[in-house]
Design a protein around this ligand. Structure first.
Ligand code: NAP
Ligand code: ZN
Length: 363
């Protein structure tokens, strides 16, 4: 991990309520955390809804060896809320506005990645949680909390027609699926596969459908078939059925893999046609085995993609506004977060939990 210096700007702080995991095995429980008082470029947000991403689960359980978790860990990077205060230099927001925050809260702003609007690849990017906090020292804390203070560049605008509980997951699940589809040219008439119908997968289906693609969902859960069609899929394949899989050999332009656990990716690479691409967004810790011939034949490519830049995140939110796209959410109080994690570990989520943060006020 890169060493980060604590900023020289002195910050006073206030306390706010949150839910945290004390270690990799513990349940999430109430905690009080510090937030900086807003500086001149900061926006303070009272959090209304926060989605539960599988990355929250991986982090809380300490599953990612490349990104060790610092405890206590307050997860949450699908944040929608109301602006309660803005710094003197903030022009984009005013008190009372609805605002959103995703997976990043800062970056260096000058590197080639930032200059290209790809802050998610900046070597000094600060994640919303589990990154060194340059303002207060310690570690950043995420959205399972009452309020958050974020630099204005990293605060997004939510189209007014979108339901807020369902809009929160757009800030990670939405942009993480939108960005690679735009990058790899998913447009009308392209044959697009989505592997894993979870939080990311169901957003990918909605977005690919809105982009005009022919969408095929690959799922291990036969009971999700009807939902997949309702969400916008044209076809559904039960991925454990090899006969069903073989009907699609050499036929896809693009496949997005949004699976959170270990699985055989060669089974999907074979479904790409010449020069087709498969992009991994799902992030199981264990390395995938890739057969060279899965790629060599047909000059296929395999790549990865990390969330999306701030400009593209706003573009995605506006696209979702125009197309009336939000996540299908099960709204829960924060007190049910541990039950939600247990259900997520069994792929029993339809299709995103969104925490109503008003429930934290009673803690
Ligand atoms: P999720 O809601 O839990 O969905 C994951 C889906 O994967 C499940 O619904 C299930 O779909 C499938 N699955 C689970 N276990 C499986 C297994 N053993 N074999 C095959 N399929 C299995 O998770 P999510 O929030 O969408 O996140 C998915 C992954 O993306 C996570 O690893 C997360 O960390 C990662 N992620 C990456 C980025 C990025 O920037 N790259 C951003 C956000 C999240 P079916 O029931 O349909 O099979
Ligand atoms: Zn996420």
């Amino acid at each position: 991990m890169t060493t980060t210096q604590v900023s020289s700007e002195a910050h006073t702080q206030y306390k706010t309520k949150a839910y945290a995991a004390a270690n990799a095995k513990s349940s999430l429980a109430p905690i009080t955390i510090p937030r900086r008082d807003p500086g001149e470029h900061d926006v303070q947000i009272e959090i209304l809804f926060c989605g539960i991403c599988h990355s929250d689960f991986h982090t809380v359980r300490g599953e990612w060896s490349a990104m060790p978790t610092v405890y206590p860990c307050v997860p949450g990077h699908e944040i929608v809320g109301r602006v309660t205060k803005v710094g003197s230099e903030v022009t984009k927001f005013k008190t009372g506005d609805i605002a959103a925050v995703g997976c990043m809260v800062d970056s260096d702003g000058n590197c080639p990645e930032c200059q290209a609007g790809l802050e998610q690849y900046c070597p000094h990017m600060t994640l919303t949680y589990n990154s060194p906090d340059v303002h207060l020292g310690g570690i950043t804390y995420g959205g399972y909390s009452d309020s958050i203070v974020v630099k204005d560049h990293f605060v997004l605008q939510v189209p007014s027609n979108l339901n807020l509980a369902g809009a929160a997951p757009l800030l990670c699940a939405g942009i993480t699926t939108y960005s690679p589809m735009r990058h790899w040219g998913v447009t009308k008439g392209k044959k697009v596969g989505v592997v894993g119908l979870g939080g990311l997968g169901h957003m990918a289906v909605k977005i690919a459908h809105a982009l005009g693609a022919h969408v095929v969902v690959f799922t291990t859960s036969p009971n999700k078939k009807e939902d997949a069609l309702r969400l916008g899929a044209d076809e559904v394949v039960i991925s454990r059925n090899t006969d069903e899989m073989s009907k699609h050999v050499n036929s896809f332009d693009f496949i997005l893999d949004a699976v959170s656990a270990e699985h055989d990716i060669n089974a999907y690479l074979q479904l790409l046609h010449r020069d087709g691409n498969m992009t991994l967004v799902g992030a199981p810790d264990k390395p995938h085995a890739v057969a060279a011939f899965s790629l060599i034949f047909k000059r296929r490519s395999l790549s990865g993609s990390n969330i999306g830049g701030i400009e593209e995140t706003q573009e995605m939110l506006d696209f979702c506004g125009k197309n009336n796209i939000t996540a299908d959410v099960e709204v829960i109080p924060i007190q049910k977060v541990n039950e939600a994690y247990e259900r997520m570990s069994r792929a029993d989520v339809k299709y995103r939990f969104s925490i109503d943060m008003a429930s934290l006020k009673s803690e």
